[in-house]
Design a protein around this ligand. Structure first.
Ligand SMILES: [Zn+2]
Ligand SMILES: [Zn+2]
Length: 235
């Protein structure tokens, strides 16, 4: 289960944070893939052909291969259960022949599913349109799937030591995405130079220094400015 899932992840390694490849277990890894693409835990059959006219499916499609995948709910159910059998437990001492037979039967069922998934000839793979942005804070690549962007414009750097926050805005009819680091700009109290501070750091008591003249500042309070709503449909 691990080998198959990681093969799937590695096929998309450049779209995935290295932290995930190093530390995640299959159910979490597949869950993460599902955030990119809702069909990431489903198999697919791939056909390809040359388009005679751009954008119109070819009338001579050739079979390329088939990918079979573990379903997330199946992985969740069996990954830990199989893992538990690898460890010695007090309970295993008292196992009678009947329960050993039922474990054998269970494990054969799991093996059948693993064999079925291995029958696919495209081993790693999932399909999604992704956008990349180099994080301005940690210089790692942030990868966001089109599917995620349809749900939210709030994107967090996938590096767990960074987690910088961005506002992501599709542009050019969805062909590009503009990532804007969520910052608030303050003017230096002495030299008026602009000092950008990440919104997630903003709090009363935060101290920051002007990069131009080194004057130290401290946030003393916060203020929301509001006004009466303009009534537009007055009769
Ligand atoms: Zn980052
Ligand atoms: Zn200054």
């Amino acid at each position: 289960m691990e080998a198959i899932t990681y093969e799937k992840l590695e096929a998309s390694a450049k779209h995935i944070s290295p932290h995930i490849l190093e530390t995640w277990q299959p159910p979490q890894a597949v869950k993460m893939l599902l955030e990119h693409e809702p069909k990431a835990d489903k198999g697919f059959v791939l056909f390809a052909g040359i388009e005679k006219e751009y954008g119109k499916p070819s009338d001579e499609m050739q079979f390329v291969g088939e990918h079979k995948a573990f379903n997330l709910s199946w992985l969740r159910k069996h990954y830990n259960k199989v893992g538990n059998y690898l460890h010695y437990s007090h309970r295993s001492k008292s196992n009678n022949q009947e329960s050993i037979d039922s474990i054998k039967k269970y494990l054969h069922g799991v093996c059948d599913e693993v064999e079925e998934v291995l029958k696919g000839d495209i081993l790693g793979g999932w399909l999604d349109q992704v956008f990349e942005h180099t994080c301005e804070k940690c210089q790692q690549i942030i990868v966001v799937g089109k599917h995620t962007l349809a749900k939210t414009s709030h994107i967090i750097c996938q590096n767990p030591n960074c987690k910088a926050e961005y506002f992501a805005q599709p542009e050019d009819e969805g062909r590009k995405v503009r990532f804007t680091l969520k910052v608030t700009r303050f003017d230096c109290a002495k030299c008026k130079a602009e000092i950008p501070i990440e919104n997630r750091r903003l709090d009363i008591g935060l101290e920051f220094q002007c990069p131009a003249c080194a004057t130290k500042h401290r946030i003393e309070n916060r203020q929301w400015i509001y006004s009466a709503e303009i009534e537009t449909n007055k009769s």
